[in-house]
Structures are given as C-alpha cells and as structure tokens.
Design a protein around this ligand. Structure first.
Ligand code: UDP
Length: 497
C-alpha cells in the first residue's frame, strides 16, 4: 500500500518544492490540511502529509485517488506511542479518547518529533518547508533541527485570529472578574464584544493550559501563516493579522472548492459515511429546490441528550424539510433513541437523520439545500460560504463564537441561536439547552425571514461569487498558492540537508 514506509520514494522526487504537512489529527484540522496538500500537488509540488495509523486510514483513499491521477502526494504514516502517555493502545483515533484524556493525546503527539525528523532525513527529497498545525508547538524543534522554514497552518478566519491576538496583546481581560462580562475587542475598527468565557484564548482552559504559552511562542516565531480563508471576505482582518504578527499570511481558501469529483468529496475526511452518497443525493433530488435545511455540529460535539430532543422537536415544528446529522449515535440512551425513531416516522419523506459521518460538502452544495444550522466550526462555516448558504449560528466552544460574530455581525449571513456561553470541549459540562420554540424560530428566519431573510441570502450569494473568484485564475487565493510555492522552491533538488 502507498505509505511513507519506502515504496513511494520515487513520487515527486524531481519536484522543486517539498511541503510537509503536520496536521493536528482531529478531522476539522486534517481535512483542510489534506485539501491544501492536494492543492499544492496540483501545481507540481510534492506534498507529504504526516498521520498516525487511524488517521492515515481515513485519508488514504483520498491520497490514493490523487496519486492515481498523477499528483505528487505522499502519506507519511507514523505510529503513536500511546502507552508512554497513559493512553490505551490504538488511541490515536480521537473519536475513541475520553474527554479527560485529550490532553494526554496532545502529549503523545509530541513524541512524533524524533521519528518524523528521522523519516524526513531518510526519505528524499529533503523538505523545503514544514506546514504544521498551529497547535503543534513541538514542530518548532523539528524544523530547527532540519534547518527548514516552518509555516503555521490555520483552518480559522483572520477575524478570529486578529481579535484573539489583540485581546491578549492589549491585555483586554485585565481586571475583568466576571467571565461573562462583555469586553470590547481593542485595535479593530468595528465594535466587537466578547466574553472571556467565549474566547479565553487558545488552550487557555484548565486541561490544556500547560500548552498555551508554547503554542503562542511557536506562532510568534513562525516563518509565515497559511490560512484557509480568502482575502475578499475579510481584507482588513487578514492585513491586520499580518501586520500584528509581522509575518506573511497566505490565504488560500476556501480549500473545499479544490474538489471537483463527487467521489473524492464523499470520501473527504472519512472512508465510510453513515449514508451512501448516492442514497443521500437521491433523497435530496426528491425534494423541491431550495427547501431543505441541513443541521450538523461537526466532528467532535456530542450534543446533550435533552438538547437532541428539543432540536428534533424544533425541526419538526418548523415545517421545513431537513437533513440532521448526529455524529455519535452510540452516545444516547434508549429513551433518546426511541424519540429519534418516532421522530423519523413523523417526518418520513420530509426529514432525514444521518447517524454518523455525513458527506457534508456534497449536501451543502445540493440544489435542494438552502440553509445550515451549524456549530460554526470554521470548516463548516467556510464550506457554507462556499455554497452560498445563510446560517443559523450555534457555537459550542473554541473559535466558534468568533466565527458566529463574523457570520452574523460582519458578513450579515447568519442568525444567532442566542447561546452566550460555551459548552466545554466535546461533551457539555454545563447544561445549556435551547428550547424547541427557539430552534423553530431560528430555522424559520433563515428559510423564510421576509426582507431580512432575502438580504441575508443576497449577501451569502455575493460572498459565494467572491469565494469562487478567489480560487480561479486571477483570484487572490490562487495567486497566494502560487506565490507560496515559489517562495519555497529550490533550484536543485536536495536529497540531504
Ligand atoms: N464533516 C463531514 N461530515 C460530518 C461531520 C463533519 O464531512 O458528518 C466535515 C465538515 O465538512 C468539516 C469538518 O468535518 O470539513 C468539521 O470541521 P469544523 O471545523 O466544521 O468543525 P469541528 O469538527 O472541528 O468541530
């Protein structure tokens, strides 16, 4: 099988640049990193993607398909020493790690440094650049030892990064005792308010705090940033972030627009979807154009059982056809499962439940779909933008409150569900249940919504045009991608340092 263990060393061996991607191995990070690697490879650059076994298994079909089409892309599979950090063997699959052990998982990832360095030294061509997820502070050492530049990879918007950075550099939380007190973000023209609970800073939460300073240092020292965003959507924030960090920012997104084939789109992020792509498409084909609302909270949120019931009843009451994804069906007890079964019967023909992984980008781009209830993970948000859809924004944690503010306040394409406090990490640690009436009203306002609804839709479609233009010939994202390659090309292919 094609992997990093030797039999594909001829692939891309004559390329003038070799980008090594080290994604954080959660799907919201792996998916955009793989898309970016594919994009670079379409321009003749060798791209290697580092992954531990479970993650390698998820992305191998995508990588294989690309290689069969002649793209110079490699998968570097490295085992993870789980036992060394108190994780059960084989726990490199984040779906299988209990919430309280994710910090151990981050420690295990640091152990990849030495094997990665060895691998890169012994599998030419020598890397010309390491593109590592901003969470991987340990890659600073790898790049330094190899004497190669290191870029930070963000599947986040510049708006979020600049606002968060400004809160920290201007000490905006100093003296704020109440985590739910609104604070004005300094150093940006628009008045944006946020609370420390919503935006504590990357890794500034109890279980992860020990990583926060290292991550910030690694960012400050990076040789540049590759960002899954596009300039025309948020020009002032891209420029502001580059200026604040004093580093080059290459916006190259939306990377989901790279995919041209339904087959690779359906396999994006996972080898197996809970529903066959063609079955899903057939169901959507049976709905009227622009009538269906798509509901999903991404790859890690475990929706609270009570919330699942309220959400289901709200969707039913809205009267609109829907596709609803529940990522972790096994998480719910019999009562919730019975509720879901009964709901499916009530809404037969009008509502579809997907229990597990859904072919999201295929769904978002189907002509029947015209709205998205999202947790505002950045990938989901940008995928919706790249499909021209208005949003109901329902942030849970991490950068999601920023993404909501961007969608609702800056871009004018979203309606907030009204949640003001995060549920912490993947499982709710605090009960925050949005009632069925609120769900119903929010869905109605994006799907109907009168003049305001039309205005949101008009803005979403205008943004879609800009997104498409950015990745086409003459567009800013494509120009950035080509510039990125040029910067890290070498004249002669090196096989060693
Ligand atoms: N995704 C998918 N099917 C699913 C759930 C998620 O294809 O059933 C993809 C989605 O298209 C996006 C990514 O997984 O690319 C989730 O990333 P996001 O940043 O939206 O949220 P996260 O999962 O990181 O919270």
């Amino acid at each position: 099988a094609p992997n990093g263990r030797g039999n594909d060393d001829d692939i891309g061996s004559a390329a003038k640049a070799h980008f090594v991607f080290v994604p954080l191995m959660y799907q919201g990070h792996v998916i955009p990193a793989v898309d970016t690697a594919l994009l670079l490879a379409t321009h003749g650059t060798l791209a290697s993607v580092v992954a531990t076994p479970s993650n390698a298994a998820r992305i191998r079909p995508t990588v294989d398909f690309a290689r069969q089409s002649g793209l110079p892309i490699r998968l570097v599979e490295l085992p993870l020493d789980c036992a060394a950090v108190g994780l059960p063997d084989g726990a490199d699959d984040v779906d299988k790690i209990p919430a309280e052990l994710h910090a151990n998982y981050f420690s295990a990832l640091e152990l990849l440094a030495a094997p990665l360095e060895r691998h890169l030294r012994s599998h030419p061509p020598y890397p010309t650049c390491i593109v590592s997820d901003f969470c991987h502070a340990w890659t600073v050492g790898v790049a330094a030892n190899l004497h190669v530049p290191r870029l930070g990879f963000f599947s986040m918007c510049a708006f979020c990064l600049l606002c968060q950075h400004n809160l920290e550099r201007f000490n905006a939380y100093d003296g704020v005792t109440d985590d739910n007190e609104p604070v004005v973000v300094p150093g940006v023209e628009r008045r944006i308010e946020v609370t420390r609970a919503q935006a504590p800073g990357f890794f500034r939460t109890p279980r992860f705090d020990h990583l926060a300073d290292g991550v910030e240092r690694a960012q400050a020292q990076a040789d540049g940033v590759v960002m899954n965003s596009f300039l025309e959507m948020e020009p002032e924030y891209v420029a502001g972030y580059a200026a604040a960090r004093k580093m080059k920012v290459w916006t190259i997104g939306p990377v989901s627009l790279y995919h041209r084939h339904a087959a690779t789109l359906a396999a994006r992020g996972n080898t197996t979807t809970a529903i066959a792509a063609d079955e899903c498409i057939r169901w959507l084909d049976g709905q009227e154009p622009s009538t269906v609302v798509y509901v999903s909270f991404g790859s890690i949120v475990h929706a609270d059982p009570k919330q699942v019931v309220e959400l289901g009843l709200g969707l039913e009451a809205s009267g609109h056809p829907f596709v609803w994804v529940l990522k972790y069906p096994g998480y719910y007890d019999d009562a919730v499962r019975e509720f879901l079964g009964a709901l499916e019967e009530h809404v037969a023909g009008r509502g579809m439940l997907i229990r597990g992984w859904a072919p999201q980008v295929l769904i978002l781009n189907h002509a029947a779909v015209s709205g998205f209830v999202t947790h505002c993970g950045w990938n989901s948000t940008l995928e919706a933008i790249a499909a021209g859809l208005p949003l109901v924004t329902w942030p849970h944690f991490s950068d999601q409150f920023w993404n909501e503010k961007l969608a609702v306040e800056v871009l004018g394409i979203g309606v907030s569900i009204g949640v003001k406090e995060p549920v912490v990490w993947q499982v709710a640690e605090k009960e925050i249940v949005v009632g069925r009436e609120v769900v119903e009203e929010a869905v109605r306002s994006i799907m109907e919504g009168g003049g305001e609804g039309e205005e949101r839709r008009r803005k979403a479609l205008a943004l879609l045009e800009k997104a498409r233009a950015a990745v086409q010939a003459g567009g800013s994202s494509l120009a950035n991608l080509l510039d990125l390659i040029k910067r890290f090309e070498v004249d002669t292919v090196r096989t060693t340092e």
